[in-house]
Ligand binder design. Structure first.
Ligand code: MLT
Length: 263
């Protein structure tokens, strides 16, 4: 479905009824990364999956996509589709950074939080330089060059061995992201603040899910967040890397189902 927001046109899907579960995809993916969750969980929630600006089928804009800007997009989007009640917001990796920004800006619109494969810490100086280099690479050489560089680390070694069709699918998804979208997200992530203080403020039930073999955000990131959060549960998914919702969808969905049932 398509919706016009104030400065771009956004594509999104929704399925199911009941409490809204807004799932925010990671970088540089799109709403289709949530297909196993839409299929496996829409009997218990209204699952809403937008493409962030510059990703999937949403239009791109130029310049940096700060996490605040992307959180503002989600707020405008939810309001436009009539979802003004608190939602469960679940974000994977960059989606998690956006979830922190959303919580800081609109805490009254959050019923519960799911933090998947993410971290509260900001980028190191070295990390920031890498973001700039990658943004330049995307704009000069296209999205395929970035996808090529990211692909070998995005999933668990077991997934590369056992699920070549998933690896191929994720490569195609990355390649589909516009170079402007890739650059905008990288520059926005580079600017993101440390969210450790936000973890202390979150007073809503929170589920932390992380792949045991995550090579991009080591599982210690999740353990550190869990240690600070007031009301949270940590589930480490074995046999999964940075994309546990796709690599081990049954375990991931079971964990989310139990969490939703506990609310
Ligand atoms: C993601 O999956 O969204 C990215 O790995 C986030 C990042 O680059 O920090």
């Amino acid at each position: 479905m398509r919706i016009e927001l104030h400065d771009f046109s956004m594509e999104y899907d929704e399925r199911g009824s009941g409490i809204p579960l807004l799932l925010v995809h990671g970088f540089p993916f799109n709403r289709h990364m949530w297909e196993p969750q839409v299929q496996g969980l829409s009997d218990i929630a209204r699952i809403i999956t937008p493409d962030l600006r510059g990703h999937g089928d949403s239009e791109f804009t130029r310049g940096s996509y700060t996490m605040d800007k992307l959180a503002g997009d989600l707020y405008e989007f939810l309001t436009e589709i009539g979802v003004t009640q608190p939602v469960i917001i679940g974000g994977l990796s960059m989606g998690g950074y956006i979830t922190f920004a959303f919580y800081r800006k609109y805490p009254e619109r959050v019923a519960a939080v799911i933090l998947a494969s993410t971290r509260a810490t900001a980028d190191t100086e070295e990390g920031k330089l890498r973001r700039e280099e990658m943004a330049a690479l995307a704009l000069e050489s296209g999205s395929g060059a970035v996808a090529e560089g990211m692909l070998p680390k995005i999933m668990s070694p077991k997934t590369y061995e056992n699920k070549p069709e998933l690896v191929e699918k994720m490569k195609r998804m990355m390649e589909k992201t516009s170079p402007q979208g890739i650059a905008g997200a990288l520059l926005g992530m580079k600017e993101r603040p440390d969210s450790t203080g936000t973890l202390q403020q979150i007073d809503k039930p929170t589920l932390v899910i992380h792949g045991a073999d995550d090579q991009l955000a080591p599982v210690q990131e999740a353990e550190s967040m869990q240690a600070i959060l007031k009301t949270s549960h940590l589930q480490v998914i074995q046999g999964a890397g940075h994309l546990p919702n796709l690599e081990q969808p049954e375990q991931f969905n079971r964990t989310v189902r139990e969490f939703l049932g506990s609310l």
